[in-house]
Design a protein around this ligand. Structure first.
Ligand SMILES: Cc1cc2nc3c(=O)[nH]c(=O)nc-3n(C[C@H](O)[C@H](O)[C@H](O)COP(=O)(O)OP(=O)(O)OC[C@H]3O[C@@H](n4cnc5c(N)ncnc54)[C@H](O)[C@@H]3O)c2cc1C
Length: 224
């Protein structure tokens, strides 16, 4: 048992009594996800969050990852790996992913409701496990090759990052100067300096996909 005390009653109160999601769950695209099923998922995630996920919170805080230039990675403590693996093994991260890459259709309200449990118990578990959700974006936005990569990323549970911030472009993300130059084979070469990248290195997956914000050569300034 970890430090975390969830408040499932409050989550259900918001979902069903305030927002009336029970009228939506079990209908249309969510036919398979009725209120009873959603409640049982939240109950199981409550148990997981209060126990396996929360258990490593203190140890991981006291033993933070440190970049090791020898192995070129930032190993995380064994206790945290156990929590991370428990979440990945639970497979609840499949909720809301496109079915074509191994997901289960689910309402966003249910996903954000369960996010509160994971983030409350151990926020780093949520951040490190972004791989499948980011692969979902790659699948929806990408070309055929990228869609294929997205499927592999989910199958192999690769990690991922979002690479936006630069030394002179934080809050003002549109000031970013990183440049993308398209090559004859259709790929892009990227040039620039980024910093503050969450889960940029770790030893919990065999690969990490870095989604990099860059300005195509010739595009104007700002965020458009
Ligand atoms: C733990 C952590 C994880 C992060 N993970 C990522 C990540 O995964 N990927 C990524 O791309 N980035 C990441 N970041 C970077 C984060 O997005 C930036 O730190 C954030 O955008 C702020 O930018 P900055 O640090 O350059 O500060 P600045 O933008 O330079 O801000 C400095 C100060 O000025 C204030 N300020 C800025 N603009 C204004 C304004 N217009 N008016 C008034 N006050 C203003 C700010 O409030 C702040 O107090 C992470 C940062 C942290 C701390």
């Amino acid at each position: 048992m970890g430090h975390y005390k969830s408040n499932l009653r409050d989550i259900e109160f918001n979902l069903f009594e305030v927002l009336g999601r029970d009228k939506l769950y079990g209908t249309g695209p969510f036919a398979e996800m009725d209120t009873e099923t959603a409640k049982s998922i939240l109950e199981e995630l409550t148990r997981l969050s209060e126990n396996e996920l929360a258990e490593s919170f203190t140890d991981a805080d006291r033993t933070p990852p440190v970049f090791d230039p020898e192995t070129n990675t930032a190993p995380v403590p064994a206790s945290f790996k156990k929590s991370y693996q428990a979440f990945m093994d639970s497979e609840y991260w499949r909720l809301g992913l496109p079915e074509e890459i191994g997901g289960t259709t689910a309402p966003r309200s249910l996903i954000w409701a369960y996010a509160e449990l994971v983030l409350g118990a151990n926020p780093a578990v949520w951040m490190y496990s972004s791989g499948p959700a980011f692969a979902g974006i790659l699948f929806e936005e990408g070309n055929d090759v990228q869609k294929h990569i997205a499927k592999i990323a989910v199958d192999k549970q690769w990690g991922s990052t979002m690479v936006l911030t630069e030394p002179d472009a934080g809050s003002d993300v549109g000031a970013g100067r990183t440049k993308a130059v398209q090559q004859e084979d259709g790929s892009w070469h990227i040039e620039g300096v980024k910093r503050f990248i969450t889960s940029g290195e770790h030893d919990m997956s065999e690969n990490i996909l870095h989604y990099v914000l860059a300005r195509p050569e010739g595009a104007g300034p700002g965020t458009k």
